[in-house]
Design a protein around this ligand. Sequence first.
Ligand code: SF4
Length: 128
Amino acid sequence: MTTTVTRQIVRIDEELCTGCGLCVSPCAEGAIVMVDGKAKVVREELCDGAGFCLGVCPTGALTLEYRETVPFDHDAAAPIIEEKKAHYIAQHCFNCGVSEDDRPLLPVRTKGDSTWVCTRCLPALIHG
Ligand code: SF4
């Protein structure tokens, strides 16, 4: 019998999902995959509920919910995290172009787009 817990986990609204795939890369654990043109959490034990995917979704299809599901399985996620680290495509700050290899990036919404901003450019966006 599989043990369940009540915890935070990503919820995907299929009606809002356009299948753009932007949420796949920020999910380090590989919990989000594309199935028939829609984002899905097929293996809920891989979703840690951290929500790093939320900021990049251009349609607001991703939210966090608190509900009963299987526990996060760190041992199952660990090899996927390592595999994704080995093959990731570095993202760049939309403002200055710096790579995430050189400075941390955060997801941000701007002028209707979901994109990435580096920690040096972010304060100027906040304070103008
Ligand atoms: S980023 Fe949003 S719209 Fe794009 S695939 Fe993911 S859930 Fe769907």
